[in-house]
Ligand binder design. Structure first.
Ligand SMILES: Nc1nc2c(ncn2[C@@H]2O[C@H](COP(=O)(O)OP(=O)(O)OP(=O)(O)O)[C@@H](O)[C@H]2O)c(=O)[nH]1
Ligand SMILES: [Mg+2]
Ligand SMILES: [Zn+2]
Length: 221
């Protein structure tokens, strides 16, 4: 039988990588450091972003892109609780952002004068890891209630993230979460990943994380 195999997905990812490099180049020209935040739904992305932004907003001109399938609650929360500029992106059902979607979003977001932009990606531990958004760095979150075995089940997410934040550590008394195992599994995926343990709710460990982000931005110049 004569048939053709078309590697559709591979082509999509190659095109996406090219577009992501274009986005990165444009943002660099504008002097903007761009951080892609990924995690499962409800792991505490927006809560952590609010806390980090309130620590860094005296040093940086910050903007936030909130990506969701629908709704505008997160962009509103960011704006209300931090006062920084935010934009809500709707993906019309898509469970990840492509670099093209990020470029289109930047075309609707006046970033002149900003030097730090966070993207809260769609809550999903799978495909957001495959699509380079054009960010300078990927930061992923894993909340204690999700369990310490997630790096074994979602390897790519941990592999592509230079920062892994274990969130909601105030809930440790009610979950069997093994930090040492989790850290070991994360480092099996990427030995250079920097691991932080935080509770955004009780304000534990977020200062250290914000200082690390500040240092990364300074070192990128
Ligand atoms: N106990 C505890 N709860 C937290 C913490 N951070 C966030 N939460 C709670 O977890 C829930 C989800 O938090 P969000 O910040 O909305 O999570 P998210 O990842 O942005 O959620 P989506 O955008 O819907 O994917 C909320 O009820 C928060 O109050 C934390 O450090 N400790
Ligand atoms: Mg959110
Ligand atoms: Zn997807």
């Amino acid at each position: 039988m004569d048939f053709k195999v078309v590697e559709v997905k591979e082509n999509i990812l190659i095109e996406n990588d090219k577009k992501a490099d274009e986005v990165r180049k444009k943002l660099k020209e504008k002097g903007i450091y761009f951080i892609n935040v990924m995690a499962s739904p409800g792991s505490g992305k927006t809560t952590l972003l609010v806390n980090i932004i309130n620590r860094l907003k005296s040093k940086y001109h910050i903007g936030v892109m909130e990506a969701d399938i629908d709704g505008d609650v997160d962009a509103e929360r960011i704006s209300k609780l931090t006062g920084v500029k935010s934009i809500q992106i709707h993906t019309s059902g898509a469970c990840h952002l492509t670099a093209q979607m990020v470029e289109d979003s930047f075309n609707h977001f006046d970033v002149d004068g900003l030097n730090l932009v966070f993207l809260e990606n769609i809550g999903n531990l799978v495909c957001p890891a495959e699509f380079d958004t054009g960010s300078n760095i990927n930061m992923m979150l894993l909340s204690v209630p999700e369990g310490h075995d997630k790096p074994l089940k979602y390897p790519l997410m941990f592999q592509v993230s230079k920062i892994a934040v274990i969130t909601k550590i105030d809930t440790l008394p009610v979950f069997d979460f093994d930090f040492d195992k989790c850290e070991e599994y994360i480092h099996q995926r990427n030995e250079n990943t920097k691991v932080f343990k935080v509770s955004a709710k009780d304000d534990i460990g977020v200062g250290e994380l914000a200082e690390y982000i500040d240092l990364l931005i300074k070192n990128s110049k």
